[in-house]
Design a protein around this ligand. Sequence first.
Ligand code: DGJ
Length: 301
Amino acid sequence: MKNGKIWQDLNGNDIQAHGGCIINYGGKYYWYGENKGQDNCPGTTRVDVIGISCYSSDNLIDWKYEGLVLKSDKTDEKNPLHTSKVVERPKVLYNSKTNEFVMFLHLDNADYNFSHIGIAVCDKPDGEFELVNVCQPNNHDSQDMTVFADDDGSAYLIHTKDRDATINIDELTDDYKSFTGLHMSAMIDQYREAPAVCKYEDTYYMVTSGCTCWEANSALYSKSPDIMSDWRLIENPCVGENYRLTFNGQCSYIFKADGKYYIVLDHWIPDNLQKSGYSILPIEFENGKMTVAWKDEWLGI
Ligand code: DGJ
């Protein structure tokens, strides 16, 4: 699969999994993302909400479309999943205590002034998810977000607040459907978004982008010995040609496969979002430094 381009599923259709995440469950990979599979609304850089797609694969190359696992609402304009809204960056965690799959979403109005989190659950990975909580985590506005589950079972929502100025990290309750109240701010007033988090050798790493809507900018990574303190911005993890613009992409998620970490990038096409491409690139760690080099092709595992 050519990195940076739109990819096709096993039926030959464009994969609609933008701003998404890849999880491993039961020996299979599941890729969830925004289905933007229709023309942009005339004269805008938005697509009416269709829903969240799910794809499954054994090798991260051959993706079977499992359908829309969360569907937009076409009738009730007050529903946060109404087609006129914004539903972005779905992230899914499997909760072994409740045996549920929990999906987190950025829910917003078309003008991005609602800034809530949606939490949806399902007892199987391939849907259909039901929205069970719509809130502002610890009373903070929330836009781009990701989730991270630690080795000790604790899990966190990592999201932008104060209109993208600051990243907040909020601990989730045991069932992942709400918040414990424990939270902290990182990268205060640094205007970073699109967070993606992983843990390597007891250090937490967070990749973020700058805030330039759909246009590419420089990724930066930060790291910390503790998820709840001491986050420091380090540098751009990208190396090689076009590293400054994150290879014309924006981070959406970091996942682990066969013991190695990979980053998923979106390559947005603002005036035709449904054709936005993807890349999956390996992450290297050496002496506490994180690097991501461009590869023309994603060959899977
Ligand atoms: C940048 C964010 O990262 C995307 O998810 C999306 O919200 C766009 N902004 C909207 O302009």
